[in-house]
Design a protein around this ligand. Structure first.
Ligand code: ATP
Ligand code: MG
Length: 356
């Protein structure tokens, strides 16, 4: 069966890094015979310049029909004066909504080779391998809000957090499945000592946990989790949490790895799923051919794993990236004396060589 990938390079370094990831996917296809086909679509500032909108209807339609979407990055200073509703970043939110991307996955794996870039001591951080499962289309970000209300001369604003049992069940089941392919441990993060939504969250997680006795489930308050990530990150396997806490914790976890150029992500939906690096369009280095392509290449490994269920192909990509690093190859963002300097192209070629 044909597996159709819609590639959305976006702006800045988006084109360079998605080109690298597509090369990797093509090589994988030669070996694993998945039957991949590719189609390119516009989004972000480049789409705004060409079509007057950061997210053209064509892009949405193509994405909806795709087996998976590979996304580069959007944004850049040249679009700073564009009216807020048409800014490049709106493309990401628009796709999330159009595709119903209900979970965001951020793996954080601290490789031995790169632990020196972590703000934590190597002996604390080495071996960390965490998957953050964040609910993406509910919670306080999507509840009723009031920007400004004046009562007795005092201005206030409010946001309403709201979660339903089915929403929590769905994300919890996803976390359980993910843990089953890893180390069978799920830590659910909430603030149930204070928030009603968190109490519903914990109750629901506990119910789903009882249906999955092979998975070790524990609960942490978000403040404690933030601390534990910095003190003993190796204790975690899968972390499942709501939209707001997940946003904050996934950025905290991302710095453990020390390098933004290495961090992949996936946003899983019912119709299709979207894979992108966590970094932005890096306008400062765009067009120079020096961007680190590994975050996007690792995102393509997630695409193979979660959308195409090609686990061995996904592992082959991850192993090739490990091998390139072990051999001492570094793009300028990670380069130090004694290593082999690689630009985007060289790093991609090295990874391709190691794919088996
Ligand atoms: P956004 O608002 O889109 O997140 P940003 O400016 O906050 O954008 P990035 O675009 O991720 O963040 O860039 C932050 C810094 O990290 C920049 O100096 C950029 O050059 C660097 N950077 C980001 N991604 C890469 C990469 N793949 N390779 C090398 N450097 C990168
Ligand atoms: Mg940013």
């Amino acid at each position: 069966m044909e597996k159709h990938i819609v590639v959305i390079p976006g702006d800045g370094i988006g084109k360079e890094i998605t080109t690298a990831a597509v090369k990797v996917l093509k090589k994988i296809d030669e070996i694993y015979h998945i039957g991949l086909t590719f189609e390119y679509q516009y989004a972000g500032g480049t789409a705004y310049d060409k079509f007057g909108t950061p997210l053209p209807e064509n892009t949405i339609e193509a994405a909806k029909k795709a087996s998976a979407v590979l996304f580069g990055a959007v944004g850049g200073t040249q679009w700073d004066s564009v009216e807020p509703a048409l800014r490049p970043e709106k493309a990401v939110l628009g796709l999330r909504k159009a595709l119903g991307l209900y979970v965001n996955l951020r793996p954080v794996k601290v490789q031995k080779e790169l632990c020196e870039y972590s703000p934590l001591k190597p002996e604390i951080v080495t071996g960390s391998d965490i998957l953050i499962v964040r609910e993406l289309i509910g919670g306080i970000y999507f509840g009723d809000k009031c920007e400004s209300e004046i009562h007795n001369g005092v201005e206030r604003a409010w946001d309403l957090e709201n979660y339903s049992v089915p929403e929590v069940e769905r994300i919890t089941r996803f976390a359980m499945e993910a843990a089953r392919k890893r180390k069978n441990k799920v830590t659910s993060v909430d603030k149930s000592n204070v928030l009603a939504t968190s109490r519903l969250w914990r109750r629901t997680v506990t119910k789903i946990a009882a249906q999955n006795p092979d998975i070790l489930v524990d609960n942490l308050y978000v403040d404690n989790c933030a601390m534990q990530l910095a003190i003993r990150p190796t204790q975690f396997d899968v972390i499942v949490t709501g939209n707001l806490f997940g946003d904050i914790l996934s950025d905290e976890a991302a710095v453990l790895g020390g390098s933004i150029g290495m961090m992949p992500s996936a946003s899983i939906g019912e119709l299709t799923s979207l894979y992108e690096p966590i970094h932005g369009s890096a306008p400062d280095i765009a067009g120079k051919g020096i961007a680190n392509p590994l975050a996007t290449i690792l995102s393509s490994a997630m695409l193979l794993r979660y959308s195409l269920e090609e686990e061995s192909a996904a592992c082959a990509v991850e192993k090739a990236v490990d091998a390139a690093l072990e051999e001492g190859w570094r793009t300028p963002d990670l380069y130090k004396d004694g290593f082999k300097k690689a630009d985007t192209n060289t790093m991609t070629e090295v990874v391709l060589q190691y794919i088996k």
